[in-house]
Design a protein around this ligand. Structure first.
Ligand code: 5GP
Ligand code: SF4
Ligand code: MG
Length: 453
């Protein structure tokens, strides 16, 4: 998912609209904007793309100098209108709105705790858990204390925007799993899941929200509080590998530069005898350029993507996904016929994409296809809101590299090492749990999924 917020700028809802449009790649299922004007929260939400849900008419019903927005990519919680964010919550001390990226791992425990205390849940979303926690802890004095107490009960990966009638709070989980950046726009502020959306609205990057930090934006300016003593720097590796836009900087490392470096290191670790390097559009093009530069093998645009189809992975059913992939890519026959191809992709999840592309290239006359993946073999599910949440969906959980190679009908296959992934971002630490099984958080009921007690 993606979140975007504006404080202290004229026509905040309009700016959020542009921000969400730049974050569309983070979720195409649903989106919404909530604005605050004179203590009143108003919202426009719906299922579909930003350009489908919003139009001049409904946007003109939102006013004010403060607004937050959300684009949804459903993992936990699932679809349905009642799960479209941002959520608005009514409370006797003042209404508030919430937008959330990520996933909690202890939601079942928290729901049980809250229901025991009389909370009634309307959706299956983690945001509603935070809202109920805030309400429970709230003694009407200072909302920030309620938020601090509530955030300390959450376990998992998250970036939250909380908007009251006069304030915007931006928070990140203490592990630093999900990204969130702050920008300056005129006399006001912008908060965004990715910096590409700051650029689009003309805001200047100021800094990232830190792990375990709550940033408060109001008429007194910007203030910071740590809600947790325990902090890590476990940014999600998948943000760099696949999820984020190449023009975004995550924790001050440009995503395109990261991918390109991962492609260079991939060649060092797994050279291929090939005549041409081809990347799978769009997320693998940076890595393919790096692989080509490091190897001296020319880079070619051997695959063309139909840009009017959403990301295959995000369409809910396997049948839909399979249809989607077929409609999505074509090979440029004149570039691949008779050639040995080094095919670079960012990741293998189910393995369906790779198999189709290998077949596509061979059908277009490729002599050999050597698949090189710019991330390690994915063996474990993600519980923090990005990828699959069951083991058996993952081909890398069931199969060895050799078996995957055979199944995707490639002539050879290699993955990037974990060490190279860290080096690509010049990082000491990163969440790589879906490759290593070393999860930064406790897993609660999810422990069973990976066979732990
Ligand atoms: P597969 O077909 O192996 O399940 O999917 C891997 C391919 O899907 C990669 O080319 C990757 O770019 C693309 N993809 C689409 N959505 C996602 C996602 O949410 N996570 C990952 N890791 N890859 C995705
Ligand atoms: Fe990202 Fe993988 Fe960690 Fe999930 S498990 S947060 S996808 S690195
Ligand atoms: Mg891809």
């Amino acid at each position: 998912c993606g979140v975007f917020g504006v404080f202290g700028v004229d026509d905040a809802p309009g700016i959020v609209y542009y921000g969400l449009h730049a974050l569309q790649h983070r979720g195409q299922e649903a989106c919404g904007i909530v604005s605050a004007e004179e203590g009143r929260l108003a919202s426009v939400k719906g299922e579909g793309l930003v350009t489908e849900v919003f139009n001049g008419d409904n946007l003109s019903t939102l006013h004010g100098r403060m607004a937050i927005g959300h684009v949804r990519y459903s993992t936990a919680g699932g679809g349905g209108r009642e799960n479209v964010q941002p959520f608005v919550f009514r409370h006797h001390t003042g209404d508030f709105a919430l937008a959330h990226n990520g996933n909690l791992v202890n939601s079942r425990e928290l729901v049980r705790y809250l229901e025991d205390k009389g909370s009634l849940f309307h959706s299956t979303s983690d945001s509603e858990i935070l809202a109920h926690l805030i309400k429970k802890e709230h003694s009407s004095e200072h909302r920030i204390f309620a938020i601090i107490d509530a955030l300390n009960m959450l376990e998992g990966g998250f970036a939250f925007l909380i908007m009251t009638e006069n304030r915007l709070y931006a928070c990140r989980d203490k592990y630093g799993l999900r990204p969130l950046s702050i920008g300056r726009l005129n006399d006001g502020w912008v908060v965004s899941s990715e910096t590409c959306a700051l650029d689009i609205v003309g805001a200047e990057f100021v800094r990232d929200v830190n792990p375990g930090e709550i940033v408060t934006l109001d008429r007194n300016g910007i203030r910071s509080r740590d809600y947790s003593m325990y902090k890590r720097n476990c940014m999600c590796a998948m943000e760099y590998i696949y999820f984020a836009r190449p023009d975004s900087d995550i924790e001050c490392c440009n995503v395109h530069a990261f991918r390109k470096e991962s492609g260079r290191l991939l060649f060092e670790e797994a050279p291929a005898d090939a005549d041409v390097v081809i990347g799978v559009p769009d997320s693998s093009l940076s890595a393919a350029i790096g692989y080509s530069e490091a190897s001296g093998i020319p880079y070619e645009m051997g695959l063309v993507k139909n840009r009017y189809i959403g990301r295959t992975f995000i369409q809910p059913s396997q049948a839909m996904r399979e249809k989607g992939v077929k409609m999505k890519l074509s090979a440029v026959r004149s570039l691949v016929a008779g050639k040995r191809v080094a095919l670079i992709d960012d990741s293998i999840v189910r393995g369906t994409t790779s198999l189709r592309i290998v077949r596509l290239l061979k059908a277009a006359g490729a002599k050999e296809v050597h698949v090189r993946i710019a991330s390690p073999k994915m063996t474990h599910p993600c519980f923090y809101g990005v990828d699959t949440s069951t083991c058996d969906q993952l081909i890398g959980h069931r199969c060895s590299v050799e078996e995957i190679c055979r199944q995707i009908e490639a002539d050879s296959l290699a993955f990037l090492s974990e060490g190279a992934l860290l080096r690509a971002g010049n990082r000491k630490e990163m969440c790589m749990a879906c490759f290593t099984g070393r999860y930064p958080t406790a897993l609660y009921e999810h422990a069973a999924e990976i066979g732990r007690k």
